[in-house]
Design a protein around this ligand. Structure first.
Ligand SMILES: C[S@@+](CC[C@H](N)C(=O)[O-])C[C@H]1O[C@@H](n2cnc3c(N)ncnc32)[C@H](O)[C@@H]1O
Length: 366
């Protein structure tokens, strides 16, 4: 079944999905459909547009994704298992949702049935991923309308492909958010970044002359080597003091006070990052400091919902912890769609919150 066939007759897909989810004691509640730029594949296949379907499904097995434990180690791998089963189920039916040529994506938003019971959990599926190869800016422009537009608006960046060949950078949402937030400070800002990749966020702020210092980290050896060889010399040319740490976001030393923390690590690491380091991150921020986190694709709000605790208590999964939620650490948490990505913006400073609202909600007068 090719993309055209699905789009012309979506009931074919709906039937397959209902059949698949029934095997996991789940009911499909509703399916949302939409399009966005296909920015995780390079070159972007076809017309560069990705069609997506978000499946909202109600699970009667409360323990399907585990009962307790750390989100990243215990819960997410079971959720990944379900995704891998769905992808192979659909592949057998001729629907391709993964790989370099996919123009079609599915997102699962699971809900727990409060009347359900705890049964067997799914096995864990682990797939290691890290930023690995660099795509030159001129090639990014040629192969992707999305990145061509980002580069036009914010200057030249490299692309990042993972060891699984997914494009994970530059992060359009973080670049846009960081530049807007930097503009609310009178002085140049200090930036702390988790998941620095090819350095696009820091370079974007440096170019608008708003960056004073930078501390970053990435658990990819290849990314840190690239950062040391190519990004730090550029930051030096702007007289920006910088340092980069090789290792996970859970281990990076947090000593200095900064104005902005940017969280660009994989979405699934973010609940655990806030649980383990949320209080420490708040202590790292200056009084008017801000944290930004790119928390999901527009079709997939699952991690964003966890970070915002948007689900009523009775519908909560047994593994859910309040400590995953950004509101436990920050009084003001806002959400924006920037460059087709979901970005959360958090601060404890009311004046800064008002300044941020102004720059984000700015409308041009006719
Ligand atoms: C979404 S990309 C960020 C790209 C970056 N903003 C850029 O513009 O190039 C995520 C990066 O974070 C790294 N990463 C992912 N999870 C991480 C973790 N738990 N700790 C440290 N680095 C992580 C990956 O290796 C990858 O380079």
């Amino acid at each position: 079944m090719n993309l055209e066939k699905i789009l012309n007759n979506p009931s074919l897909l709906v039937k397959e999905l209902e059949n698949f989810f029934s095997k996991y004691d789940a009911t499909v509640l509703h399916i949302q459909e939409g399009v966005r730029d296909n920015f995780e594949r390079f070159p972007a296949p076809g017309d560069g547009i990705l069609h997506f379907f978000t499946i909202h499904a109600l699970f009667s097995n409360k323990g399907i994704f585990g009962i307790e434990g750390d989100y990243l180690d215990e819960i997410h791998p079971r959720f990944s298992f379900l995704y891998s089963k769905l992808a192979s189920y659909l592949k057998k039916k001729g629907i391709n949702t993964i790989g370099p040529h996919a123009q079609f994506a599915l997102a699962i938003i699971p809900y727990v049935d409060p009347k359900g019971s705890v049964k067997k959990s799914l096995p864990k599926y682990m797939r290691k991923s890290r930023g690995q190869t660099i795509i030159a800016s001129k090639n990014l422009i040629k192969g992707s309308p999305y990145y061509a537009s980002l580069i036009k608006n914010y200057g030249s960046f490299v692309g990042i492909a993972t060891n699984n060949n997914t494009i994970v950078g530059p992060d359009g949402g973080l670049i846009a958010a960081a530049c807007k937030i930097a503009s609310t400070f009178d002085k140049k800002i200090s930036l702390l970044e988790f998941g620095s990749g090819g350095g696009s966020t820091t370079l974007a702020i440096a170019r608008i002359n708003k960056l004073a210092t930078y501390i970053g980290n990435d658990f990819s050896r290849e990314m840190v080597t690239y950062f040391k060889e190519k990004v730090i010399p550029k930051l030096n040319s702007y007289t920006i003091e910088s340092s980069i740490f090789l290792g996970s976001c859970f281990e990076m030393p947090l000593e200095d006070k900064v104005d902005l923390i940017s969280v660009g690590v994989y979405y699934q690491a973010q609940p655990s990052l806030f649980e383990k380091r949320g209080n420490k991150l708040v202590r790292c921020l200056n009084p008017s400091g801000v944290l930004i986190a790119q928390s999901g694709m527009i079709e997939d709000r699952f991690i964003t919902n966890i970070l915002r605790n948007t689900v009523p208590q009775r519908n909560q999964w047994p593994w859910y912890k309040q400590s995953y939620c950004l509101n436990k650490y920050f009084r003001y948490v806002s959400e924006y769609i920037l460059e087709q990505e979901i970005v959360l913006v958090a601060t404890n400073n009311y004046k800064k919150y008002c300044q941020i609202r102004k720059v984000f909600n700015f409308r041009k007068k006719n």
